[in-house]
Design a protein around this ligand. Structure first.
Ligand code: AMP
Length: 225
């Protein structure tokens, strides 16, 4: 059975970090729409140029563009044995489109990562990311933080342009208005699980593995939905 996962949760919940770890552990691709957009911005593509201003304001790129990007990526060969989506879906319209794309595939396992708002603001305000490999620096890695050198690839660490305080507050507002309703959209499914994301990263990673194992066990013959 293919392992098809989505990660819900507000910005700063640790979706990216946990998705990266889980993807490596299970040998499936992590599909991060934020990373894909940031790469498009860096490459100066038309989508990137249009997305940059929207991202810098903390708003959402249109459903149409996002659905197109994700659909193309999910149809690549490496996503056949599964994938972990990070940052998609972010609206009910995106979730509905994803359900259509999923027809004939193993059911989605939906993980909601829960973190209190005060902790999110604190994390996003101090988050440092690598300009080369895109990964978040471990906040306890004082050497990397003080030298601004990524311990994974040696690239330069910097603050994301959308992690400044006013944009963070806008992103949280956008999350509550557009993305939080996805919990109600998915939570009646037997493959929905919530994970406490306010714990240490290693503890969250184990809770995620356990939650996915639990959700997988209710999928009978690929038809849990
Ligand atoms: P992230 O790295 O997931 O925090 O995404 C960074 C920014 O990219 C978001 O604030 C949005 O502007 C944009 N973005 C990423 N994923 C989506 C999506 N599924 N729908 C709309 N906009 C998105």
């Amino acid at each position: 059975m293919a392992l098809n996962l989505i990660m819900l949760g507000p910005p700063g919940a640790g979706k990216g970090t946990q998705a990266e770890r889980f993807a490596k552990l299970k040998g499936i691709p992590k599909i991060s729409t934020g990373d894909m957009l940031r790469e498009a911005v860096k490459a100066g593509t038309e989508i990137g140029l249009r997305a940059k201003a929207i991202m810098d304001r903390g708003e959402l790129v249109s459903d149409e563009v996002m659905i197109g990007i994700v659909q193309d990526r999910m149809n690549r060969d490496d996503a056949r044995s599964g994938f972990i989506l990070d940052g998609f879906p972010r609206t009910v319209a995106q979730a509905r489109s994803l359900d259509q794309v999923m027809v004939g595939r193993s059911p989605l396992i939906v993980i909601d990562i829960i973190v209190p708002e005060s902790e999110l603001v604190r994390r996003l305000g101090s988050r440092m990311v690598c300009t080369r490999c895109g990964s978040n620096a471990d906040p306890s890695d004082t050497k990397a933080i003080s030298t601004l050198v990524c311990s994974k690839c040696g690239g330069q660490l910097t603050q994301r342009t959308d992690d400044n305080q006013s944009v963070v507050l806008e992103r949280l507002k956008v999350y509550h208005a557009n993305t939080a309703p996805l919990v109600a959209y998915y939570q009646g499914r037997p493959t929905f699980r919530a994970v406490d994301g306010a714990q240490a990263a290693d503890v969250v990673a184990q809770a995620l593995v356990d939650a996915v194992d639990g959700a997988k066990s209710v999928v009978v013959g690929g038809s849990a939905l």
